[in-house]
Design a protein around this ligand. Structure first.
Ligand code: XLS
Ligand code: NI
Ligand code: NI
Length: 435
């Protein structure tokens, strides 16, 4: 069955094209800073938003037309695999991501759920072999089911902890089966509703316990995978422990997990934390922990995770600059954790939305590469921190100075003069790079 008859393959046709189903900026084999765009960007499609999201919102019923839906959950699941790979091939996207519950019906017991996962991942495996498409990451959904109301690893109920552990084990088994390159933990319910009844220390200790079990298990099954924490400050819980990049790093350091974990950063989660996306990426890079990104954008007028497809080239330029600074994002990638708006309910919108996101990131990549080639930020920062290049600054960086020696220096040089940063000029020059 042909789920996306609108196009055989989405091709690059350049910015002037009027063809809706063509790339206007993303050209897979165009070289940018020594790699093809495809290698630089490592795009992934998210199973949940693309295959299972129905367009319902708190005020309205499902609206999305999805031609793979049937009344039989297992048949629907199989149709989704077909449609998903058709979409990926047509978009020329090399990677995908999923939660366990996205791909297979949960059935009436854990055993049935696992059996369904086995059957569907057999099918996915065949499709992966056929197409060369790879698994960027998978994860266990430990937030939707009512049993996770009070958290998964952080639940007050030890049986819930055990159930979560079983889901993680299965997640790692399928990661090995499908050659997953990363494995994500997003702690949607790992937080609290009220501190009045919460043992924060025990809850965080238990999250670390589950992570350590996961590391131990991958060693046991000899599966090399990069673990990732995905920070988010709130939603669904009032407070989530992995609040932002800096908080997640403090957690990883406290529990000695930095060798096995990096961060999967999402643009809209940064917004919810009161940060820009580039702030989160920069923090991660400072800790050498930039693992992967969930690409989307929020709405500054709305206080929730709207998961819009990224279309803001200013943001993707600054994000791609951080990624280039990082020397690339592999083994991570750029996962479209984005969903179509409710009014974009047709099948073809799935193509159009991904094309929009890919084009926006391609523009960001090109602009970021130019900024790097021109040493735009390098020169700017070099100049701004020039006082550390020689004299007292160089000695401070050399760790030769003490409070006493600096007091002596300051007494003799108390006529400090700063230079203007000309920030308005900098911002207006940056605008010239947006393409
Ligand atoms: C939700 C998260 C989720 C993770 C995977 O806000 O972004 O989709 O990426 O569990
Ligand atoms: Ni996400
Ligand atoms: Ni999100």
């Amino acid at each position: 069955m042909n789920y996306f008859p609108q196009v055989e393959k989405v091709a690059y046709e350049g910015p002037e094209t009027k063809n809706m189903f063509a790339f206007r900026h993303y050209q897979a084999d165009e070289m940018v800073m020594g790699k093809t765009m495809k290698e630089q960007l490592r795009f992934a499609v998210a199973y949940w938003h693309t295959m299972t999201q129905d367009g319902a919102d708190p005020f309205g019923k499902p609206v999305n037309i999805r031609t793979w839906e049937t009344s039989d959950p297992m048949e629907t699941a199989k149709n989704r695999v077909e449609a998903f790979f058709e979409l990926l091939v047509k978009l020329d996207v090399e990677y995908f991501c999923f939660h366990d519950v996205d791909i297979a019906p949960t059935g009436n017991s854990l055993e049935e759920f696992f059996a369904n996962i086995d059957e569907i991942t057999d099918l996915i495996q065949v499709k992966m072999k056929e197409t060369g498409i790879k698994l960027l990451w998978n994860t266990a959904n430990m937030f939707s089911d009512p049993r996770y109301t009070n958290g998964a690893a952080s639940s007050n109920n030890a049986e819930v902890f055990a159930y979560a552990a079983a889901q993680v084990k299965k997640g790692l088994d399928i990661s090995k089966k499908l050659g997953g390159e990363n494995y994500v933990f997003w702690g949607g319910r790992e937080g609290y509703e009220s501190l009045l009844n919460t043992d924060m220390k025990l809850e965080q200790d238990n999250i670390a316990r589950l992570f350590k079990m996961a590391i131990a298990y991958t060693k046991e099954i000899d599966h090399k995978v990069q673990f990732l924490i995905e920070p988010k400050p709130k939603e669904p819980t009032k407070h989530q422990y992995d609040f932002d990049a800096a908080t997640a790093m403090a957690f990883l350091q406290k529990y000695d997990l930095t060798n096995d974990f990096k961060l999967n950063l999402e643009a809209n989660h940064a917004t919810l934390a009161g940060h820009t996306f580039e702030h989160e990426l920069t923090v991660a890079r400072c800790y050498d922990a930039l693992g992967s990104i969930d690409a989307n954008q929020g709405d500054m007028l709305l206080g929730w995770d709207t998961d819009e497809f990224p279309t803001n080239i200013y943001d993707t330029t600054l994000a791609m600059y951080e990624i280039l600074e990082n020397g690339g994002i592999a083994p991570g990638g750029i996962n479209f954790d984005s969903k179509v708006r409710r009014s974009s309910f047709e099948m073809e919108d799935l193509l159009l939305a991904h094309i929009a996101g890919m084009d926006t990131f391609a523009r960001g990549l090109k602009a970021a590469a130019k900024l790097k080639e021109d040493r735009f930020f390098d020169d700017l920062k070099e100049q701004r921190y020039a006082s550390y290049q020689s004299g007292i600054g160089a000695k401070i960086l050399d760790d030769q100075e003490t409070l006493e020696s600096l007091t002596e220096y300051a007494l003799a040089h108390d006529d400090v003069r700063l230079e203007s940063s000309h920030l308005e000029y900098v911002k207006s020059r940056l605008n010239d790079y947006l393409v």
